[in-house]
Design a protein around this ligand. Structure first.
Ligand code: HEC
Length: 154
């Protein structure tokens, strides 16, 4: 579990190791793939949120599966998807990633860690009952917003 959760900050590595390629680059594949990753996160979050709100019947096995998917998604090392220069100032409306992600004082690594921690908590309890799922929902939702409010354009 510990190794699984050893989150590598996508920025630190992205800027250090995945230098932008020399020729003109629109990072189409990277941007599309990271958005797709976020969409899978959103889908699984939706399954849990619907159960929490009573829009979908609580199902322990399904809740457990969705929460573990979330944990796996939050634990992926996606540094290659976040190359420096793939921000919305460089690429315009193709991405909502703000340049602040790659700034020297970026806190995106901490935001990612908070998300991973909240996902780990959700994965541990989601299958145990609706009450536990509901309690884990707040911190998990906050962890998304915590990153989006600073690093994702509206
Ligand atoms: C560490 C930062 C971070 C965390 C945590 C995070 N996101 Fe994101 N998310 C982003 C960024 C940056 C983008 C913009 C990506 C782009 O447009 O290239 C984004 C985009 C998205 C999108 C839009 C994808 C698209 O198709 O354009 C969705 C949906 C999304 N996030 C859902 C979530 C949910 C749900 C969570 C929490 C469970 C979450 N995110 C946690 C940084 C984060």
């Amino acid at each position: 579990m510990k190794t699984l959760l050893k989150i590598v900050s996508f920025t630190a590595l992205a800027s250090a190791m995945v230098a932008p390629v020399a020729h003109a680059e629109n990072f189409k594949d990277e941007v599309e793939t990271r958005k797709a990753h976020m969409q899978v996160v959103k889908y699984n979050m939706g399954v849990l949120a619907d159960m929490a709100k009573g829009k979908r019947e609580y199902d322990s096995a399904l809740a457990d599966a969705a929460a573990n998917n979330m944990l796996n998604l939050a634990s992926m090392n996606n540094m290659a998807l976040w190359p420096k220069g793939s921000d919305n100032e460089s690429l315009g409306d193709k991405t909502k990633a703000k340049p602040a992600i790659w700034a020297a004082d970026s806190k995106v690594g901490e935001k990612h860690q908070a998300w991973a921690d909240a996902s780990k908590n959700m994965a541990a309890v989601a299958g145990q009952g609706l009450g536990d799922l509901r309690q884990a929902m707040g911190p998990l939702g906050k962890s998304c917003k915590g990153c989006h409010s600073d690093y994702k354009a509206k």
